[in-house]
Ligand binder design. Structure first.
Ligand code: ADP
Ligand code: MG
Length: 251
């Protein structure tokens, strides 16, 4: 069975995309077959994976509007075998409005992904992990991500305000699990951009661990320049600098 994980937090800049692409790369490099679904109109995950997402590229928007089957938008990541991505283009920015009156609008992505996985299965192929990079909002796109997934991976930045807005996200996850997707749960929380030189960072780690207990992953992702440089080369940090601290953390 494919583990489908939505990486979500409605706050921007907390490390959703970075976590999505680097965990995906780490899994693929360890031999798993991994699909990244870019649900953010900014297309940052597509950039980091080095997959085409200029205007006019077949992308998640075409799937949500029913114009393309999921399979037709998938691109292989050239650097890492076993890793593929479903790109987002700026078209996706219109989806929130275009889908408002659509039939089964919350289930569009789920149906597309489930259908795709079923065809893979029929061919004897497998996809071990699907990672969905959600946009920084709790709108219809994120909702599609939460309905398509079975698990939520929640990145929290080790900064002041880290916990602000989290209760709203958790309420949304609960709403989705009671009405739209009973399988959904927050399976893991990952602390990102940890700067060991500041007392604030360790306070945030302490606070998050106290509040969420075992769901918080032991590994904390350090703040590291190599992590932020990698996307400008169309790479994940795992290929850009395999032995850097950020790369080791994501592995
Ligand atoms: P989100 O997807 O939640 O908006 P991003 O993953 O795009 O967040 O991260 C926001 C910014 O922080 C990006 O510029 C990214 O390169 C940078 N960043 C993320 N994680 C790290 C890290 N561990 N060290 C340094 N910079 C990071
Ligand atoms: Mg992002």
């Amino acid at each position: 069975m494919t583990r489908i994980i939505a990486v979500a937090n409605q706050k921007g800049g907390v490390g959703k995309t970075t976590t999505t692409v680097n965990i995906a790369a780490a899994l693929a490099l360890s031999g798993e077959s991994v699909l990244v679904v870019d649900l953010d109109p900014q297309g940052n995950a597509s950039t980091a994976l080095g997959i085409e997402h200029s205007e006019g590229t077949l992308n998640v928007h075409d799937v949500l509007t029913g114009e393309q089957p999921f399979e037709s938008i998938i691109q292989e990541c050239s650097d890492i075998s076993g890793l593929s991505g479903a790109p987002a283009t700026i078209d996706l920015a219109g989806a929130e409005i275009e889908l408002v009156a659509g039939d089964g609008r919350e289930y569009r992505l789920r149906r597309a992904i489930d259908g795709y996985l079923a065809t893979l299965g029929a061919r004897g192929a497998t996809c071990h992990y699907g990672l969905i990079d959600c946009p920084p909002s709790l709108g219809l796109l994120t909702l599609n991500g939460l309905v398509a997934a079975r698990e939520v991976l929640l990145p929290i930045q080790c900064e002041y305000y880290a916990l602000e807005g989290l209760s709203q996200l958790l309420r949304t996850v609960n709403m989705v699990s009671s009405h739209l997707n009973p399988d959904l749960l927050v399976s893991a929380i990952v602390l990102t951009m940890y700067d060991g030189r500041t007392r604030l960072a360790s306070q945030v780690v302490h606070e998050v661990r106290t509040h969420f207990g075992e769901r918080v992953l032991d590994t904390v992702v350090p703040r590291s320049v190599r992590v932020s440089e990698a996307p400008s080369y169309g790479q994940t940090v795992l290929t850009y600098d395999a032995n850097s601290p950020g790369s080791l953390a994501y592995r």
